[in-house]
Design a protein around this ligand. Structure first.
Ligand code: IMP
Length: 436
């Protein structure tokens, strides 16, 4: 199958576990063959790394399709936007020679703005939670989505209103009161109203031409049968509804999140591609049954560069957790897998896959829930495979991978009960084996 055919129609790229699997790379690769890339959830908490002919980018808000000048990238109303962060990313891309205009980037008028007070509220809440903190990225994600649910806050379309300054004033007073109530009284002096307003008005100069009602544009592309790609952020197990609540984010990383903010329904989506690392990582709090608190875990962390793209926090590393990933596959509607970072395991003498959990006297092959109370008690059951101890990075096909690596991939595919259609063995776009 040609690459263009593979990406034909409406496809979604999402993560099957706790995020950070390398979605940025796969979206950048896919974007060469599509007409529209839609980022549909999350905000500045995401960090999508892309390495291509333009350089290395760690995008938080910029859709990873922006490097195909023929693709129209969209930030939907499901994304929460820190306007200063987005402007920073737009200017950075322009500096690196990537043109940004309404021809290749549009922002839904319905997106909520993440303001400095949301970040403050995020931090205050985490502090108040003490030992049971979530370990958020501190990017104001929860408070902004709560405001949206409460029908409060500022939407990006408000920037364009002639009475914006009044809206801002009202919001500023309200948010200050809220923070005072949270016991952060002394902290509200951090907010300089005039300074924030002026910065917003400056940001408006850059953002205004990009703000639009994106729905009719998305639907026109859909009606014309053009190739549309959904770019999810975070991962299945961080889903607000079906993830490991409360150690989750406040949005929906899978096909449900895509449908919610585009109005394109699941039945119209051709394929959901679940990006899955050859091992498992997690950043922030919450149980992670296969976490390796030993030299192997450190080796994976170092070789895989497993440090948060947004916070720089070290990511917890462990063996591929099949029950967790299978649960993620189910709740995000995944049809096929892109297996990432296989090369990170190259040097290991042996590699393991978790095929089930023991919870007290019970054994689970399939996870009935992502409930942290269950997962905290889960003891992984492993299958051990001999390592390949050979460099995989130059391989161009499955056959060119060392035998033991091929066996590992085949076992992962069987255990996950989902076809592995891509294998990534290095950050570059080209270092991707298609198994289709
Ligand atoms: P929040 O999204 O900042 O509220 O963080 C909630 C939880 O989701 C924390 O455990 C974060 O570490 C995690 N999280 C949020 N965004 C990402 C991401 O892009 N990758 C991995 N973990 C994330």
């Amino acid at each position: 199958m040609s690459k263009r055919n593979y990406w034909k129609g409406i496809n979604i790229i999402t993560d099957t576990a706790w995020g950070d699997s390398g979605k940025g790379k796969i979206v950048d690769l896919a974007a060469q063959n599509v007409d529209m890339v839609i980022r549909y959830n999350g905000g500045g908490n995401a960090g999508h790394t892309v390495k291509n002919e333009h350089g290395v980018f760690k995008n938080h808000l910029m859709p990873s399709g922006i490097y195909n000048s023929n693709a129209l990238c969209i930030l939907t109303g499901g994304v929460v936007i820190d306007p200063f962060m987005l402007v920073g990313e737009i200017l950075d891309h322009k500096e690196k020679g990537i043109k940004i205009s309404p021809r290749n980037l549009l922002i839904s008028q319905d997106a909520h703005l993440v303001m400095p007070w949301h970040k403050k509220r995020d931090g205050l809440k985490e502090k108040a939670r003490g030992g049971s903190k979530i370990g958020t990225t501190g990017q104001g994600i929860g408070p902004t989505y709560s405001d949206r649910r409460n029908r409060e806050g500022i939407r990006i379309r408000d920037l364009l209103r002639p009475d914006f300054e009044k809206i801002f004033e009202r919001e500023f007073v309200y948010q200050k009161k809220l923070i005072d109530l949270m016991g952060g009284k002394q902290l509200t002096s951090d907010f300089n109203k005039k300074e924030i307003l002026n910065k917003l008005l400056e940001a408006k100069e850059i953002l205004a031409p990009l703000i639009a009602n994106v729905l009719p544009i998305i639907w026109k592309y859909q009606e014309e049968g053009r190739n549309i790609l959904g770019e999810g952020a975070q991962g299945a197990l961080l889903d607000l509804e079906l993830g490991g609540y409360p150690y989750v984010t406040s949005s929906h990383p899978g096909v449900a999140g895509f449908s919610l903010s585009t109005g394109i329904q699941h039945k119209n989506v051709k394929k959901v591609i679940g990006v899955t690392k050859a091992y498992t990582t997690r950043v922030g709090e919450g149980p992670m049954p296969t976490e390796l608190l030993n030299e192997t875990g450190e080796h994976i962390q170092k070789k895989g560069g497993e440090f948060g793209a947004t916070t720089g926090r070290p990511r917890r590393c462990g063996w591929l957790d099949v029950p967790a990933v299978k649960y993620g596959i189910r709740i995000t509607g995944v049809d096929s897998i892109a297996l990432m970072k296989l090369d990170v395991l190259d040097e290991l003498k042996e590699v393991k896959i978790c095929v089930g959990y023991k919870v007290g006297r019970q054994q689970f092959k399939d996870l009935p829930t992502a409930d942290p109370e269950v997962m905290e008690k889960a003891k992984p059951i492993y299958i051990t495979f001999p390592g390949w101890q050979k460099d995989t990075t130059g391989a161009k096909s499955l056959k060119e991978l060392p035998r033991n690596a091929q066996k590992y991939v085949a076992a992962a595919e069987k255990l996950l009960d989902t076809p592995i259609e891509m294998i990534s063995i290095s950050p570059e776009r080209e270092a991707t084996i298609f198994v289709i």
